[in-house]
Design a protein around this ligand. Structure first.
Ligand SMILES: [Ca+2]
Length: 537
């Protein structure tokens, strides 16, 4: 503020970049001066409120592997028998999404959509999953949510199960595992990676840090499958080790002022069921229940680390599972003991029914997301990327996150309409489902996965070609209404065809899929890198 030679004073305010946004010249009178200063201060306040970039919360995304919706006790109090105190506490501090789905009923494709914001079936993986030595699934030039956050100044880490392919030097017997591993997570937006290549029952059984094994896999071990392993690697050590690394990352980054993003895809409670001694016998339901409890403990440890390092209040925490509970962990036995991992839904991991892909999803953000609330919005894990962009006020390029919708309006309680026009699901054999409102259409006669009636079975041959369920009154997907509701079948089929043809399901310019997507394609189980059919992941 300056008084000029004519008895006027000039009051001017500038932004940090030097752009003048409020200036005035007034004849100098003390009261006028005071008024002018007050006015300018008010303008400054308003403009700053508008122009200041949104606060950048730390973001922690914890992903359990094959944890059923009904395995989380607070989500299934009547028919869930496993104690999950840490997840229950997190739910009490969060918004719980009661109709959240993974884009696929199995690991690799589900993870693809979480990191890219794009449905997995737009990639070349049209069924099944990758193996531990498979080549990368995410194109090297595709922006991932980690890349987005890195651009926004975040320190980013992936700690856990990758399962999206890597490039090892050489092939088969000529593979040279001592050479740097290319196309690892650090080439897709993560500053740091520590974890394993694929599922805990898939070789190589060895930890990878950034582009190298921490100990070379030189021996053979077996957890479900046999294969190359690092001599010191033990499957039971993995959850505690990932937890330790996650806590280390939080402590190191809480000490700096920059925001951080931790993507923590845990390896449990996926097979092999290897709870540590401390957890063995704790659930009284067998090793699966014990492993779920250890998974719950790991979540509790990470949340405690946020508290301990004083960053809990400025961290958005999301917790989810990548697909439903796997039937081969002994679900029949669990059900006989009164525990139902899919809660009230039909089927399990790999299936097109909700048991395959309806998953727990919590969002905790102190001061922003009201604690202890629920949302029944139909949402998908593909939404994570657009949610992060929305939190930061970042604009996503047209050729990224083509199927991702921000969950922020639901989280802030401002949503007044469905966030998604419809949500698409995919089973292990590549069968499609589309859900809109109460209707769910499945373009297969069978489970599309491992539950009966299985694809290709004599029972499936006798069934109608598609399934249509009214989820408002038939949550267990038992009464097929396809014959009675042909117009609904036609409408939803057309919408799915449009989503496939447009290369996106959100508003924007049409994009190309990586392959020709045929929503009624021939069903075939995928083969691993050695040509064997992958029967489960
Ligand atoms: Ca999984």
């Amino acid at each position: 503020m300056n008084t000029d030679k004519h008895g006027f004073f000039r009051c001017e305010l500038r932004t940090q970049t030097g752009i003048s946004f409020a200036s005035m010249s007034i004849r100098a009178h003390p009261w006028l001066k005071i008024g002018a200063v007050c006015f300018a201060a008010a303008v400054l306040f308003c403009v700053c409120a508008q122009a200041a970039p949104p606060a950048k919360p730390n973001i922690v995304f914890i992903l359990a592997d094959d944890l059923g919706y009904g395995d989380v006790h607070c989500l299934n109090p009547e028919r869930g028998k496993i104690a999950t105190p840490c997840l229950d506490k997190l739910a009490a501090q969060s918004m719980t999404f009661t109709e959240a789905h993974s884009s696929s009923a199995v690991c690799t494709p589900s993870r693809y959509s979480i990191l890219t914001g794009r449905y997995n079936w737009r990639s070349h993986l049209q069924s099944g999953v990758l193996g531990g030595f498979s080549p990368p699934l995410i194109a090297h030039d595709r922006l991932t949510v980690a890349g987005l956050l890195q651009q926004q100044g975040y320190r980013t880490a992936c700690i856990g199960k990758w399962h999206l392919g890597l490039t090892f030097a050489g092939k088969g017997e000529n593979r040279d595992l001592a050479q740097p591993i290319k196309n690892n997570p650090t080439t897709l937006g993560f500053d740091y990676f520590f974890g394993i290549a694929a599922s805990l029952d898939m070789p190589p059984f060895a930890f990878i840090e950034n582009d190298h094994f921490t100990q070379l896999p030189t021996v053979t071990k077996k957890w479900v499958r046999a294969g190359l392993a690092a001599p010191d690697f033990e499957a039971a050590d993995v959850v505690p080790e990932l937890t330790r690394k996650a806590k280390e990352f939080i402590a190191a980054n809480a000490a700096t002022n920059g925001p951080f993003f931790l993507y923590l895809p845990l390896t449990s409670p996926h097979t092999p069921l290897v709870p540590t001694k401390e957890w063995q016998g704790k659930s009284s339901l067998g090793s699966y229940g014990d492993f779920v409890m250890e998974t719950d403990w790991a979540v509790g440890e990470v949340l405690a680390a946020l508290d301990k390092n004083g960053v809990a209040d400025k961290t958005l925490v999301m917790f989810a599972s990548d697909n439903g509970c796997a039937p081969y962990i002994g679900v029949t036995n669990l059900e006989q003991q009164g525990h139902f991992p899919s809660a009230d839904r039909r089927g399990y991991k790999a299936d097109i029914w909700d048991g395959g892909h309806r998953i727990p999803l919590f969002a905790r953000w102190s001061g922003k997301v009201k604690a202890g609330t629920t949302s029944d919005q139909l949402v998908c894990l593909v939404d994570f990327m657009a949610t992060c962009a929305d939190v930061l006020g970042a604009k996503l390029p047209e050729n990224t996150a083509e199927d991702s919708v921000s969950l922020l309006p639901a989280m802030l309680g401002t949503a007044t309409a469905p966030l998604h026009e419809a949500v698409v699901s995919h089973s292990i054999n590549g069968s499609f489902a589309i859900r809109q409102g109460r209707w769910k259409l499945e373009l297969c006669p069978d489970s599309g996965g491992w539950s009966a009636p299985k694809p290709g079975s004599p029972e499936a041959e006798k069934l109608p070609p598609v399934q249509l369920y009214d989820m408002s009154k038939d949550i267990g997907e038992r009464t097929n209404e396809w014959a009675a509701q042909p117009e609904v079948v036609a409408r939803l089929t057309k919408l799915l065809e449009k989503y496939a043809a447009d290369g996106r399901s959100t508003a924007g310019k049409p994009q190309a899929n990586d392959v020709i997507v045929n929503i009624r394609k021939e069903k075939a189980l995928s083969k691993d890198d050695e040509g064997k059919v992958i029967t489960h992941d």
